[in-house]
Design a protein around this ligand. Structure first.
Ligand SMILES: Cc1cc2nc3c(=O)[nH]c(=O)nc-3n(C[C@H](O)[C@H](O)[C@H](O)COP(=O)(O)OP(=O)(O)OC[C@H]3O[C@@H](n4cnc5c(N)ncnc54)[C@H](O)[C@@H]3O)c2cc1C
Length: 146
């Protein structure tokens, strides 16, 4: 059985758990457990909104995201050779006047690298949490290597 001494254990290292807004305020020792040995390359979420880019800018990750994505300043819907409508992002009240299109596996790769750079976070890939037992002063996580 593996034992980890951490104040907080987070199960699942998807984009939400790795998002800086979530872990930045945490000053304690954190263990992040991810069951998959390799990240899914399949297409899923592809859009980063200006507000999210502002959060990333605070920790100097905006450049990494922008360099790996496509900045979409406007988008148009067409049908039967007619333009149905246009969304223009240039007027958004932000430092970023576009939606960033970037694949989710790239988002996860950049965030995982940033999480791993933090000494207080232990990132364990290939570990599946199976049950967590809570006591008055501690919790016992039980799992196994994938
Ligand atoms: C086909 C598809 C298309 C999508 N398209 C869009 C889109 O266009 N726009 C959009 O905004 N969103 C889209 N989404 C949704 C987006 O992918 C999710 O919102 C996002 O992945 C949620 O992130 P998360 O971190 O909450 O969860 P997840 O990405 O699901 O991450 C959870 C992680 O926990 C791990 N895990 C689970 N159980 C355990 C365990 N017991 N032990 C250890 N690890 C565990 C999993 O392996 C996974 O890596 C799409 C999703 C799918 C499936």
């Amino acid at each position: 059985m593996n034992t980890f001494d951490s104040t907080l254990t987070i199960v699942g290292a998807g984009p939400v758990a790795c998002w800086p807004h979530f872990w930045l305020p945490i000053r304690n020792v954190v263990t992040l457990i991810e069951k998959e040995l390799i990240r899914s390359p399949n297409s899923r979420a592809i859009g980063i909104a200006p507000l999210s880019l502002e959060i990333l800018k605070r920790i100097d990750l905006d450049g990494a995201f922008i360099s790996h994505g496509i900045s979409v300043e406007f988008s148009e819907a067409h049908a039967r050779k007619m333009r149905l409508g246009k969304l223009n992002f240039s007027g958004i009240n932000s430092d970023f006047h576009f939606i960033l299109s970037i694949t989710q596996d790239k988002t996860e790769e950049i965030l995982e690298k940033a999480v791993k750079a933090r000494k207080s976070i232990t990132f364990l890939r290939g570990y599946r949490a199976e049950s967590i037992h809570e006591d008055s002063d501690h919790a016992l996580y039980i799992g196994h290597n994938a």
